[in-house]
Design a protein around this ligand. Sequence first.
Ligand code: ADP
Length: 410
Amino acid sequence: MLCQAHWNAIHRELESLTGTLHDGLEPVLKQPDRMEPAVEQLLPGLCFVAKDCSQHRHSTHRHVLGTAQQEGYYIRFTDRAGNLLATVGEELPDLPVRKVTELWQTLQDPQGHRYHQISLLLKTSNGNPWGYLQVGRSLQEFDLFLANTRLALLLGLPTTLLFVSGASWWLAGLAMRPVYDSYQKIQQFTADAAHELRTPLAVTRAIVESVLEMEIVSEVEARKTLRTIQRQNNRLAQLVQDLLLLSRIDVQGKPSPLTRCCLNVLIKDVADEFEALAIAADLTLIPEIRVRETLWVLGDEEQLYRVVANLASNAIQYTPPKGKITIRLDRNDHHALIQVQDTGIGIAPQEQKRIFDRFYRVNSDRSRATGGSGLGLAIAMAIAQSHQGSIQVQSQLGRGSTFVVKLPAE
Ligand code: ADP
């Protein structure tokens, strides 16, 4: 398309030049096959055949038809039989001269340079055929353009294709990454959930099978078996309940119904509920309300209770005897801050990011012994986030941990 436009421009240029020459020359041509001196006035630099034209060629005199005297252009006059009569042009190409009847021609000199030429029959002032006017120009510039375009296409096309394929591959990867990540998370979650569900089921089955193999089962043994089954059943029920709660929060995104919850009361209730457990573990549990006014948040009271209860329960589980647990309520600008602080075993820095992952336990064996499934903090975080809040942890190994729940206050 670009080459065609270039070619058309060459045509138009030659056509307009030849047209102007034709109109200017015909009135001064008197006799067929004979060059009139008047033509020389119109075209300075005109060189008659068999004359030395070197002065003309280097003449600085320019005519209105200056284009024809530029480098790469030539004008030739031939008689009706095709014999050269005169020429105009600085470096005349070595091109064959003959009678040409077709309008357009592309010629080639011995060096292989191409020229595009237009030939027009000139008539004398009284309308008889005079001879031919041939105007041509070098195609060197056009050929160079053509070669460069070809090269650009040849190199550019594969490069562009390579670039486009690379970019598409990269973009597709980028777009797929979140999908891939969530797919992996779902897979991990399903595997973990299946694993957690399988454990109590396997325990129950093993116990039932061993009791069934006995010929006589005493009442004591039967009760012991039933209690184990009950414990495993409770564990299963708790796990299923936790999973359902998580999926409900995932689906709903935000709590419903929304009610006004008084955090001062909530903290007191949690402290009351866990006091006995703390005393049994030889721990001191202190509720610390640091706000004078009552702090309200908008949300699901039961879920918010669950957040603080989970943190308090963890604090008790992971704090050795004689330790201290503080449940603190504070306010910071527009946020309510609940801090659950313990003097327990602490969490290593590299684990602190992961403890909120579903089913993640820092020390699997020890945490399992405490009865946790690794869902407690994941549930607490999901609840806090669905209330436009967050949970952060600060902890030092052997020193204790502080979990800070931040919720938008009313
Ligand atoms: P779990 O049901 O096992 O307690 P959580 O999600 O509540 O699961 O906690 C994840 C892990 O984070 C626990 O296994 C425990 O190792 C660690 N963790 C949670 N709270 C504390 C704490 N107060 N002190 C030390 N470690 C804790």
